[in-house]
Design a protein around this ligand. Sequence first.
Ligand SMILES: Nc1ncnc2c1ncn2[C@@H]1O[C@H](COP(=O)(O)OP(=O)(O)OP(=O)(O)O)[C@@H](O)[C@H]1O
Length: 591
Amino acid sequence: MPTPDRRRQVARARAEFLTSGAVADAAVEDAILTSWRRSRFAGVDIGTPHVPYGDALDLRSRLVRCATPVIKRLHDRLAGIPVSIVLTDERGRLLQREDSERRLTRIFDGVYFAPGFCYAEAHVGTNGVGTALEEGRPVFVSGPEHFNERSIAFACAGAPIRNPLTRRIEGLIDLSCLAEDAHPMMRVLVQEAALDIERLLLDDGSERQRVVLEAFLSVSRRSTGAVLSVCGDVVMANQRASALLTPTDEALLRAMATELPADTPDTPLGMSLAEGSWAQVRCHPVVHGSAQAGTVFELRLQEPHPRPRPAQRSVPVTLPGAAGQSPAWVDASADAREAAARRLPLLVSGEAGVGKTTLVRGVHLSAHSTGRFVLVDCDAAVPWSPADLGLRGPAPLQTVVLRHLDRIDPRHVLQLDALVDDLLAQRPAPWVVATAASLGDVPEHLLRRFDSTVTVAPLRHRIEDLEQIVPALLEQLAPGRGSACSEDAMNTLARKAWTGNVTELRTVLAAALRRRPVGVVRREDLPPTSSTTSRRALSPIESLERDAIVAALVDTDGNRKSAAAKLGMSRSSLYRKLHAFGIDPSDAAQR
Ligand SMILES: Nc1ncnc2c1ncn2[C@@H]1O[C@H](COP(=O)(O)OP(=O)(O)OP(=O)(O)O)[C@@H](O)[C@H]1O
């Protein structure tokens, strides 16, 4: 336990840090100093921080089931020692607390260290729960090592609990007491307890996982396609599946695994992959005993035609202000509507200008609610306080869109995380949606906040949507003028690559309307644009190929020989394709 001298030294270091932001060498452990910096950065209140509360606790989870006997044993072992045992979820929200003394019940309830309250570092600053989760390892925080004043009276040791197979953090076990009662053994005890819980998690899952593994291996052996299995949190993929599927596809398959009934007929379903291609999916539910243990998926890339559609999506979903009837758009609309109905935080991905915000606004409007729709641009939003962002007000919030999540400044991640907590803790909670052009650029920390994802396909991969989008845009740009596009103008538009998607289309139509403010827009009214105008509308697979060629030319500064080598094709094939797809290499190189 820290001696009084050591305690004074830490208290001095804390005061120095709070005034100057610096600390003398070795005055506190590195982990504590790093956590103080994070806490300050997140704008945590140094006096009495706001501890968010949410009452939707999952107390029947596997984590709670496996932790309960361990907590009980520890409670018996610690009888007579003034300490509380706490279990939290992976975000630091308390699920259970067992106090060895009644005195502690009153004290800990008084500082909101109780089930439902969230002790993430971004809210309360350095503490045994939030800091151990941030660090991903056991941490002991005592007295003035805490960031906020109110916690200085306490000491807590926290150890993350990891999924034994994926090693992802599932929760945390913590021992907390008054600072004067702290003992170094607390750190050892929580580490032991975390390991015990992990062992039980392994036992609990291993039988189910063994059965699913066997099914996965058996399908992989006989299949020449991509094979992926889902068993709870554990996903296994063969080499082909790893190469073919993006995290978004994987998330979709995980969702399918939970939704498909065990008696799903063995008929293949169609699935639009995040990269825009189309796959035929066979689902093999794996049953163990009387319950479904998991699902094995077998995927084959499809030629573009015919596109089989899942039966349940045969009725098009139309959303106000969001035009489009292509299967990819209809699927995305239906998925987004479902997420809204279940109030699941949703991440909508897709290239810039594809209509991500339009889709979400359409879902919002289709609910006919009087609640507010608020857009927060993560690229620009500073400061992050709810009032400044327009999130406070008399009318209830219905939908909050965190636009361009992939462009957030890394220094603002914790503030945004705290904002999401604040939104989700409201009653009723708004539907929280984020949009991003590149999922790979969304900080991992934030990615985990979103339970479901929807991908909006690029316009060139659902070019048939022009039929509805062009009239909708003409009406937006020239309301009431009854403008339309001639057939030859539509044919020209259908042959363009639309790398800037609907935003680019809107600009082109705006220019055409300047030339022909009323009546029918003809081909000659369209501005000359884009190096990639092909002679005919391309199929989805062809447009993927064209994208790959343009990307290779961009990477090689327009050098055809290097681009052909990069694409693994002969130079003559590349020349043929440049011609067929109408690609001008020098123009592509200037992008
Ligand atoms: N399906 C659609 N129907 C009608 N208009 C659309 C559609 N999709 C996009 N638009 C129009 O295209 C423009 C860009 O759409 P939107 O802002 O929704 O795209 P985004 O993907 O959210 O863009 P960014 O990536 O820049 O955030 C807007 O003017 C919008 O009105």
